[in-house]
Design a protein around this ligand. Structure first.
Ligand SMILES: Nc1ncnc2c1ncn2[C@@H]1O[C@H](COP(=O)(O)OP(=O)(O)O)[C@@H](O)[C@H]1O
Ligand SMILES: [Mg+2]
Length: 250
């Protein structure tokens, strides 16, 4: 018998199965193509960090993947299903600046839970504990510190037990302690099985959190590789320049 020829498998970003797929995604506004024919395989079970210079299209890509914007062309599939309002209910998103109701901390969570028809009281206590806001439960949300507000926004996002959590620079306005608290909560959510898609400018944060890195530039994905590979051997000149800039500016 001839010797078996080893099967060459296509290189995968991680060994895990795919959770989502983006194909030929195009978004245009103001006469410009801002997301330019993007393809992306989204591994399950990983923390995918999205990096790239300002204006690269990171926020647009996240909004498109969560269905907050309608693409001009292309497909977005999650778990074999086209992105629609039902799929969106299984996802949540946290932004740089939390938008909270002018009510108490607990009332913000109660509102989020009721929207999804979930029983509130036990859940509220559990969520408050999870983000260390039990003592602030009855305070007006708008009086919280920036870090506390963001923890509340995260609790609200997690209230729906999302399959996918999108985070768009959630710690960009926060100090290192508040940032660490957010990272811990995100990490715990990931350990419980929530897929993480996280945009950050912060190289240290990317190194702490990333399993795989999507690097965007000018509306395109330049690379999508395992994190170590991205940080140690970025392939595109744009990524090399970006990482150099990060080192200089931090
Ligand atoms: N509605 C819009 N109309 C015109 N240009 C837009 C619109 N939204 C975003 N842009 C532009 O698209 C580019 C990508 O934006 P964005 O995704 O926010 O970048 P970032 O990578 O910094 O998050 C930027 O140049 C931004 O100015
Ligand atoms: Mg952005």
């Amino acid at each position: 018998m001839p010797e078996a020829v080893p099967i060459r498998r296509p290189r995968q970003v991680t060994q895990s199965a795919l959770l989502g797929e983006v194909k030929g995604l195009v978004y245009e506004a103001g006469g410009k193509r801002l997301i330019d024919a993007v393809d992306l395989n989204i591994p399950d079970d990983s923390r995918t960090i999205v990096m790239g210079p300002n204006g690269a299209g990171k926020s647009l890509l996240l909004r498109l993947m969560h269905g907050l914007l309608k693409p001009r062309a292309g497909r977005i599939v999650w778990n074999g299903r086209e992105l629609d309002s039902r799929v969106r209910l299984e996802q949540a998103m946290v932004f740089q600046r939390p938008v909270l109701l002018r009510r108490s901390v607990a009332a913000n969570l109660r509102f989020a839970l009721k929207l999804r028809g979930r029983p509130a009281d036990d859940e509220i206590d559990r969520l408050l504990e999870e983000v260390d806001l039990t003592a602030q439960a009855n305070q007006p949300a708008r009086l919280l510190s920036g870090g506390e507000q963001q923890r509340l926004a995260l609790a609200r996002a997690l209230a729906t037990r999302p399959r996918v959590l999108f985070l768009d620079e959630p710690t960009a306005s926060l100090d290192p302690n508040a940032t660490a608290a957010i990272e811990t909560i995100v990490q715990r959510a990931h350990e419980r099985g929530t897929k993480i898609l996280f945009v950050t400018h912060n190289l240290g944060q990317a190194r702490r959190l990333a399993d795989d890195v999507v690097f965007m530039n000018q509306g395109r994905i330049e690379e999508h590789t395992p994190a170590d590979e991205f940080f140690d051997q970025p392939k595109s000149q744009a990524a090399i320049d970006f990482l150099d800039d990060c080192l200089v500016s931090h």
